[in-house]
Design a protein around this ligand. Sequence first.
Ligand code: GLU
Length: 481
Amino acid sequence: MTIRSRFAPSPTGYMHIGNLRTALYEYLIAKNAGGSFILRIEDTDQERFVEGAVDVVYETLKDVGLIHDEGPDKGGAFGPYIQSERLPLYKEYADKLVDLKGAHYCFCSAEELEEKKQAAEKQGKAFKFDDPCKHLSLEEARERIKNGEKYTVRQTIDPFKKTTFIDEVYGRITVENKTLDEGILLKSDGYPTYNFANVIDDHLMNITHVIRGNEYLSSTPKYNLMYEAFGWNIPTYIHLPPIMKDAHNKLSKRNGDASFQDLKAKGYLTEAIVNYIALLGWNPKTEQEIFSMEELIKNFNIQGINKAPAIFDIEKLKWINGVYIRNMSLEDFHKKALPYYEKAIKRKLDLETLSKVLQPRVNVLSEIIDLVDFFDEMPDYDLEMYCHKKMKTDLDITRKVLPVALELLQDKKAFESLEAMHEALMTLPEKMGLKNGQVLWPIRTALTGKQFTAGGATEAAYLLGQEETLARLKKAIEKVG
Ligand code: GLU
């Protein structure tokens, strides 16, 4: 059997991290077995329509490297791949399901239903809709439809039976049918609900593996009752545990949590995000933590998917991102860093060298801004900053060091390269009988006014250039008195 999996997003205009993980696992499960990965756009909820949202799906999949084999933009033998273009199919299959006694026509209005719900609530009873239309004869129902009455198609469920199915992650699940509600499959406007469309589409598109969030686990028995009524094969189910923000809250855009687009805007690399979310819910059962897409395809297995919810750990993502930054070529890093330099630095600077300094030090590209913003303008700083316990330095030492540094850096040669600057500054500790930190900390502070910067005294002095370095040292000497 050739595996066919599908990604079926409802276009919202952004890519939730959970959805991206679902897409990734769908892709990996298909590709690991040489199968096909299909994109289907689930746009039947017209109230949630967002302009341009489908493009966000295409762009994200392309950026991440999840290349679909069939989809609205690619075509394929099982199209159309956009649900709003499949309405006649849903109608046809809804009628068929009625014939097969898996569904019935319902003429109750939303208002009537609401009234019944409220009446139950008043009596303190749990509401379960017992549809009177279930008892209409098919002839009568068809007659009413012919007469132009509005109707929906509702699932018909035998309450006296049980439904059992296997999920690859959660195991064998059995539910009493009486707990399942006979929900709407086809709305009065002819649009299907998710509960119906997913069954019809997955069957007609020959989907073998359904991978989705576990919020669909409890409805799955209802889908299986439809598969059975149609006499269709039930797909392999792989329901994924949620991604949590913490022990109690799901990660969600509504809670202000990051989407793929947000993480990209914060300076995370696509490859690092993919690597991290692959591990959010999948245990490779080895020590390996860094995986390329090829390695993921090769190693991914359904058995390694965890049942327990995964907690999104931004520190771990930062660490992985740092590994990817370190593994880039200097040229690539420089290209990625340039937009951040443009934002934070107006002064003319040897940016290639700055990249050399930064690449080993940043984990996320957006950290760059805070590390380089002193180049344009010396920030206000407190004299306290010169006193550093660990460096064993204080204001008295600073008062001795800065004038000597000013003298030393009159020599243009020190500014020829980072190495030349390093050599020049490193003559000071011995000459002055001080430790390295006691000399370098005051100089760094005088040049940057910050605790954390790109590199230390050497880097700051070299990159600022002679004129600016001397000017800042003079100002600092005045300041410390
Ligand atoms: N459109 C559904 C969603 O975005 C898809 C669920 C599924 O994969 O079946 O949640």
